[in-house]
Design a binder for this molecule. Sequence first.
Ligand SMILES: [Zn+2]
Length: 80
Amino acid sequence: MRRYGHGGRLETVICNGCGKKLVVEEGIVREGLLSIDHAWDFFSEKDGEIHHLDLCEACYDRLANELAIPVEVEEQTELL
Ligand SMILES: [Zn+2]
């Protein structure tokens, strides 16, 4: 979950999985974060809804470990 301040600057990110408040400095998240912004379409039962969620790295790891098929991981050739 994200909160933006005046001027649209990111102020707060709270993990939807555990409620932890992530470190945000000057509008930038300073720790591992997975953000999902998904617009469900006609073929879903949530047509017309846009879902937003944020997960800290620990919650992502927990979720990834529950998957039947492991997450595909590749090395970035160029660090952003
Ligand atoms: Zn979490």
